[in-house]
Design a binder for this molecule. Structure first.
Ligand SMILES: [Mn+2]
Length: 333
């Protein structure tokens, strides 16, 4: 019974390749607040895609420094200007679970009428494309793009290999999450043989804190609390605290790994005030606890062990509501 599944995945990959090869002007789009996986997979595909015709669309908003580093790494990748965006005859949406998350100015409405190829690994992906290659078993979208490039026989150069390695590395928390299997390491090894530079990626993703990033981490450690039962570690960062560290909300990426590092917890939560009155919530599950249902309850999404949501409301009220729900959710699961 395995064969038909493999066949259908194979035909999805082939359909995606055919669509990209047939396009005169493919646009590559990621999600809002793009992370390393989104930008890494977009930039790698822009480099490797046929005829150098693909152009990546990046949000006009401030980019996280880790993400900006990927743009340096990508070198001469073409970014889509307004003219190219208007001319795009195919839109490849990468690492994006739903239309409300599409990272282009004007959002989904800006691209909805065009042919859409949806390549993603979020289990909550809504299948909004004409071609939907969604593999929730993959640790990252970068792995899927690696497979796309290899299957198509396109040229994966050294920067593209590094970009895909970075996406894999970031989305799997350095190959340390459930699901990091032999295949992930084989893909990483192949990317390194193609020229990916693990030391550079590690240095830029792990060992490049500015003083401001360090101040922000200090605040995360200081504000991290445990619930009485020790099962939930959570941290609350107000807009003022983020600013006092010298940072902006765009600098919040994986700081939830601080509460997550506590022994014995089943859930880690980082509340950060993205703007006054809007709270961003990063959720992580440990010891087999899925946090996806909790995120979905509030209108968010993601993966079983890594999910997120934004909620409007005063920070303290949002914290109270979400923590009450989180306790009940754990008690019931
Ligand atoms: Mn991803």
């Amino acid at each position: 019974m395995i064969e038909p599944v493999i066949e259908s995945v194979r035909s999805l990959v082939t359909a995606a390749i055919d669509a990209i090869e047939a396009s005169q002007s493919p646009l590559l789009v990621g999600h809002v607040n793009p992370d390393v996986d989104a930008v890494g997979s977009m930039q790698a595909l822009a480099r490797a895609g046929p005829g150098g015709r693909a152009a990546a669309v990046l949000p006009t908003t401030e980019l996280n420094p880790k993400v900006r580093f990927l743009l340096e790494l990508a070198g001469g990748v073409r970014l889509a200007d307004a003219e190219r965006i208007a001319a795009g005859d195919l839109v490849v949406v990468l690492d994006t679970a739903g239309v409300n998350r599409v990272g282009i100015e004007g959002g989904w409405e800006a691209v909805a009428g065009r042919t859409i190829v949806n390549i993603d690994h979020h289990v909550t992906n809504t299948g909004f494309g004409h071609i939907n290659w969604v593999d929730s078993g993959a640790g990252s979208t970068s792995e899927l793009v690696d497979r796309l490039i290899r299957t198509a026989g396109w040229v994966l150069d050294r920067p593209a290999a590094s970009l895909l390695y970075a996406g894999m590395y970031a989305d799997t928390a350095a190959f340390s999450l459930p699901g990091a299997g032999a295949e992930s390491f084989e893909t990483a090894a192949r990317l390194i043989r193609s020229g990916a530079d693990p030391a550079l990626i590690g240095q830029r993703l792990l060992r490049s804190h500015r003083a401001e990033d360090f101040n922000l981490l200090r605040a995360v450690y200081r504000n991290t609390r445990l619930t009485e039962d020790g099962l939930i570690a959570y941290c609350v960062l107000s807009h003022e605290e983020i600013a006092a560290a010298g940072c902006s909300p765009a600098d919040i990426d994986d700081q939830v790994s601080v509460p997550r590092s506590l022994s014995g917890i089943r859930m880690a939560v980082l509340f950060s005030e993205a703007e006054p009155g809007v709270v961003r919530i990063n959720l992580r599950g440990e010891g087999g606890t899925s946090v996806l249902g909790l995120a979905e309850h509030f209108g968010g999404g993601g993966h079983p062990y890594s999910a997120g949501v934004r909620i409007r409301g005063p920070l303290d009220e949002v914290v109270r509501r979400v923590m009450a729900r989180a306790r009940g959710y754990l008690a019931a699961s």
